[in-house]
Ligand binder design. Structure first.
Ligand code: KG4
Ligand code: ZN
Length: 379
């Protein structure tokens, strides 16, 4: 297996992102460029992502962002081993823009196309940044998704639990909106919580103690609304105290639900090499701090990508594309964009000729951390 140099394109939500990532033959990786253009300002006045605005913005800037990623990596199209794009799940207008761009580039260059599941890209990022080996327990927490997953290999995902109502990022966003904080809500709530009293409001910890590692967040959100209404009008300190109490409840819930998933992993006879935190909420420092503790209790370590690689970016798409291409997987130009695409349906179809390679033991040792992302990483 040779070194692989992948371009990755991400347009499933409100970031237009492209990156070039190297996957070495030994399974280690390195980010060569990582350009993220956030549309946050365009959506902020609406308090959330407006799909039509997002799709139009992606159309306007995707070509430019891709060109910038290649330029910062100091390469041309001819140097690439493959072109990867997030082909779902996400807002369909944006997904179409990124996937069509990748298809056009693949057609023009004759390079392999890899259609990447956005959730799989979040799931595999810790292998790029921390060289995590299979199997591992994944907590995927983003604006649209909250899942605990046993990751046994590339394309081998077993969902252990999920949310029965809101995603955790969504709960942060809705709570922020309710309290008059700016969009996106997660970072705003975290900042306000730093100046607040986490013990002032007794908020519920939904589903705590249940054996199944599922989540429910809507009751917590409602409890915040009831407290806010009760003490209205809110002072700045009230808002900080509500944010601190809300974040403390979320952190407790996450810890309890992850412990439940660790028990399920043990019952399944799986010994995870790490607890991996992925998705935008992984940027939250209080969540990270608690999960370090929970991982250690479970006899393992917490692996979490740097914040800029937790939120949506092109490097994670390029890396997931490289992991798939390394196992001989590639897609045709007919591959469809998907609004819905559950992670446990992102299985790997490997051509018979390379099936032997694909079933070989996990190739990664503990490679060094890839170079820090260049340029405009963020979001
Ligand atoms: O993974 P991501 O960038 O996009 C999706 O695929 O959804 O996650 C975005 C979500 C948003 O709900 C945002 O509020 C949340 O991640 N988020 C945070 C933080 N940074 C981003 N939530 C809590 N604390 C943060 N620091
Ligand atoms: Zn995401």
């Amino acid at each position: 297996m040779d070194d692989l140099l992948l371009l990755g394109i991400e347009t499933t939500c409100d970031e237009t992102a492209a990156a070039v990532v190297l996957r070495r033959a030994d399974g280690s990786g390195e980010i060569r460029s990582n350009v993220v253009l956030s549309q946050v300002d365009e959506h902020a006045i609406y308090g959330g992502v407006v799909p039509e605005i997002a799709a139009r913005a992606h159309v306007e800037v995707t070509d430019h962002v891709v060109a910038q990623a290649l330029k910062e990596a100091g390469i041309g199209l001819r140097h690439l081993s493959g072109i990867a794009a997030a082909s779902g799940p996400g807002l369909i207008g944006g997904v179409i823009v990124g996937l069509t761009t990748a298809k056009a580039m693949a057609l023009a260059s004759g390079k392999p196309l890899i259609a990447v599941n956005h959730l799989e890209a979040h799931a595999l990022t810790a292998r790029l940044t921390d060289g995590v080996t299979f199997p591992y327990l994944l907590l995927l927490v983003s604006g649209g998704h909250t899942q605990l997953v046993c990751v046994s290999g590339v394309g081998r995902y077993t969902k252990l639990g999920g949310t029965i109502d809101d995603a955790i990022g969504e709960a942060f966003d809705k709570t922020a909106k309710m309290l008059g904080l700016p969009y996106p809500g997660g970072p705003a709530v975290e900042r306000a919580a730093e100046r607040g009293d986490p013990a002032r409001f007794a908020l519920p910890r939904p589903l705590s103690g249940r054996a199944e590692p599922d989540f429910s967040l809507s009751g917590l959100k409602t409890a915040v609304r009831i407290e806010a209404t009760r003490i209205a009008p809110l002072s700045e300190q009230d808002v900080c105290d509500l944010c601190a109490s809300f974040q403390a409840a979320i952190v407790d819930v996450i810890a309890d639900r992850v412990r439940a998933a660790q028990r399920v992993m043990r019952e399944r006879g799986e010994k995870p090499s790490a607890l991996v935190l992925a998705g935008g909420v992984g940027a939250n420092q209080a969540v990270r701090k608690m999960l370090h503790k929970v991982a250690a209790e479970g006899g393992t370590r917490l692996a979490v990508p740097p914040p800029a690689l937790c939120t949506d970016n092109g490097a994670m798409i390029a890396w997931a594309g490289a992991e798939r291409l390394a196992l001989g997987s590639r897609d045709t130009l007919e591959v469809p964009p998907r609004a819905r695409w559950p992670l446990d349906e992102a299985t790997l179809e490997v051509p018979a000729a390379v099936a032997k390679v694909a079933t070989a033991p996990a190739p990664l040792g503990q490679p060094p951390l890839g170079q820090p992302p260049l340029g405009h990483a963020g979001g």
